[in-house]
Design a protein around this ligand. Structure first.
Ligand SMILES: [Zn+2]
Length: 356
């Protein structure tokens, strides 16, 4: 079935289910009460980021509607740690949910937290910390974003890479190639974080963009140490996501990622972390005992689904929400109906989520 027809069929199924009372019946069901919905978000868009990468950025208006829907449907939004305990004790309240954010973008501080506060919802931020410490725009996001902002242009790149040739930014393919060239250039030359920032500045200038203005908007900047401290004091739960947003193959390097991550969180005044989410949603079974050894109680993935008490706590599915999901479908996740329908995409972010 073509994609458009499939979407229409899904919409009709969900509309039918809602009008026949299936949503309401499921919301009150024992089946749903035994399960936990963990919602996953990344950034809230401040400018046009959601148009650029809707998998990574949610618009503020849709985020507001989602939070409103949780309230209207009578969800109990629990802190993550309490939810895990009650899941194990089989004492979850009806229609339970947890709200999580990956990476800890600056826009959590400005755009998400105020909405959560208004509703009185607890939330967990899985904070990757390299770019909190070095509080500049994330190179691997800013570079492709600049290429996208300059869509339609064709520019010579010898002044940037030293190699003759041009970037053709008229097509998606051309923009991807241009970004890959710059990222590869920085990597192969072993650029420091300062050199990467300088390169971004020069790329923006070559593209005719105002880098300072884009950088000042803090679109691709994570929360600083100060902002994180404020969030901790406001009761936001800050948890682990590795320091450099990566999962090394060797155990001692993976543990070092967790240690560096934890050390920064300790510096900003966060209590010892006990929960983790896998960078880009990519995980391997051998990580489970390593995490447990480090004192981690639970780890979430980007696999879609509701959590029940039989699942491995190191492999908890979530519903990673994006602006492309209709409100009808969001509500189908809240009541649990969506779990029974086909097409539950695994929301692994792949290269889209590579921050460092
Ligand atoms: Zn991440």
């Amino acid at each position: 079935m073509p994609n458009g027809m499939l979407k229409t069929a899904k919409k009709l199924t969900l509309m039918g289910a809602r009008s026949f009372g299936a949503y309401a019946a499921l919301r009150r069901s024992k089946w749903r009460t035994e399960r936990l919905l963990i919602l996953g978000y990344h950034g809230i868009s401040l400018q046009d980021e959601a148009k650029w990468r809707p998998g990574l950025f949610m618009t503020p208006d849709i985020f507001g509607q989602r939070m409103e829907a949780l309230s209207k449907q009578g969800c109990t939004v629990l802190p993550l740690d309490e939810a895990i305990t009650r899941l194990q004790e089989r004492s979850l309240p009806p229609l339970s949910a947890v709200i999580t954010f990956d990476d800890g973008f600056h826009n959590f501080f400005t755009a998400a937290y105020p909405v959560l506060k208004r509703h009185g919802y607890p939330a967990t931020v899985y904070q990757t910390t390299f770019y909190s410490e070095w509080n500049e725009p994330i190179f691997n996001l800013m570079c492709p974003y600049l290429m996208w902002k300059a869509s339609g242009k064709v520019i010579e790149h010898q002044g940037l890479t030293g190699k003759p040739g041009s970037f053709d930014l008229r097509t998606e393919e051309g923009r991807k190639a241009a970004s890959a060239e710059i990222l590869g250039f920085a990597r192969s030359n072993g650029f420091s974080r300062e050199q990467k920032q300088d390169l971004l500045r020069r790329v923006a200038e070559a593209l005719g963009l105002n880098y300072q203005e884009i950088s000042d908007q803090r679109v691709f900047t994570l929360m600083s140490g100060d902002e994180l401290s404020q969030m901790v004091q406001s009761g936001v739960d800050i948890q682990l996501h590795t320091h450099r947003h990566r999962v090394p193959k060797e155990k001692h390097l993976f543990i070092k990622e967790l240690e560096d991550n934890q050390n920064f969180l300790t510096q900003i005044g966060a209590p010892r972390a006990k929960h983790f989410t896998y960078p880009c949603g990519v995980y391997r079974e051998e990580l489970f005992p390593w995490l447990a050894e480090f004192g981690v109680r639970s780890a979430t993935t980007c696999d879609s689904g509701l959590v029940d008490s039989r699942l491995n706590l190191m492999q908890l599915p979530r519903f990673v929400d994006t602006p492309g999901v209709s409100q009808l479908e969001f509500e189908a996740w809240v009541c649990g109906l969506r779990q029974f329908l086909p097409g539950r995409a695994n929301a692994q972010l792949g290269k889209d989520g590579v921050l460092l």
